[in-house]
Ligand binder design. Structure first.
Ligand code: LCV
Length: 257
């Protein structure tokens, strides 16, 4: 079991517990997480808290690198992580990311796909495709562009540097930055407040905001150019080198080919 799901009155919570693999978002963990979400949706929770608990230094290490395909689109529409991000954005109640510890790569995309983000002093966030030589996908890139000032998104993407809790607050990645000792109580209190409101109105507003936010007219030529750019990257030697270096626990040597 890599997740623990709980329901307290009308609030659901899901805790990621695969700490020995730093909650890497593997096919198995994602499967359990989405099944837990489905159960809590059926129980009509009015808010859902997504957490890794307070015992870990790593909230999630992002996509399971061992499951990244080589020579084909690594973040295709059907990829389990992409399915999870859509499930979060379509969940009929607000999903609140409660973040203690570091967040990496696709897990930052997951946190930014949640409706609200509450972090403590230990949280940090990194966008890491350039560490692997991987071409991030269009939905994810748009998600980062929409949730962060463009120059900040660019710095995070081009450097893969984790931003601190203080920077995350400054750039509004966090709704609230609270002391570690208060994180759980603060987040639960926020969820309880939402749970007292009219759930149908909250659900409709969340879906309206999603649909209005997603409407990005993309000319076919632009889409094809993006796919060509991404194809050049994920068929490159550097992408294969990035994955191999991680598996061999060494620094990658990128040659631009
Ligand atoms: C599989 C892992 C992982 C992992 N996958 O512990 O955004 S994109 O485009 O990059 C997207 C494709 C994506 O999300 O890619 C993944 C991006 N994630 C990262 O770059 C983070 C990679 N992980 C790390 O840098 C370190 O593990 C952190 C800093 C998170 C934690 O370091 P720490 O020293 O505490 P270890 O590195 O020793 O990891 C513990 C175990 O978890 C596995 C890792 O291989 C190790 O397994 P073994 O004990 O079997 O050696 N692990 C960690 N991250 N993303 N497996």
């Amino acid at each position: 079991m890599y997740v623990i799901a709980e329901k307290l009155h009308q609030i659901g919570s899901i805790t990621l517990t695969h700490h020995e693999k730093r909650n890497a978002l593997s096919r198995v963990l994602i499967g359990e997480l989405m099944a837990a979400m489905e159960r809590l949706r059926a129980e009509k929770v009015r808010a859902l808290i997504l957490t890794a608990g307070m015992e870990t230094r790593v909230w999630s290490a992002g996509h399971d690198i061992n499951e990244l395909p080589e020579g084909e689109d690594p973040l295709a529409y059907s990829d389990p992580l992409e399915q999870l991000l859509r499930a979060v954005r379509h969940f009929p109640a607000p999903v609140i990311a409660m973040v203690h510890g570091s967040v990496w790569g696709g897990a930052t995309d997951l946190v930014l796909s949640c409706d609200l983000v509450i972090g403590d002093d230990t949280c940090s966030f990194a966008i890491t495709p350039v560490n692997l030589g991987l071409p991030y996908n269009t939905v994810g890139t748009l998600n980062f562009m929409r949730r962060l000032p463009l120059n900040v998104a660019k710095e995070m993407m081009f450097t893969a540097r984790p931003i601190t809790a203080e920077e995350a607050q400054r750039w509004s990645l966090l709704n609230h930055l609270v002391p570690e000792a208060e994180l759980h109580a603060f987040t639960l209190n926020l969820a309880r407040g939402i749970a007292t409101k009219a759930p149908l109105a909250v659900e409709a507003l969340k879906e309206q905001l999603r649909m209005l936010g997603d409407s990005a007219p993309l000319q076919p030529g632009i889409f094809e150019r993006i796919q060509e750019l991404r194809n050049n990257v994920y068929t490159s030697r550097d992408y294969r080198e990035g994955i191999r270096a991680f598996k061999e626990k060494r620094k990658p040597e990128f040659r631009g080919e």
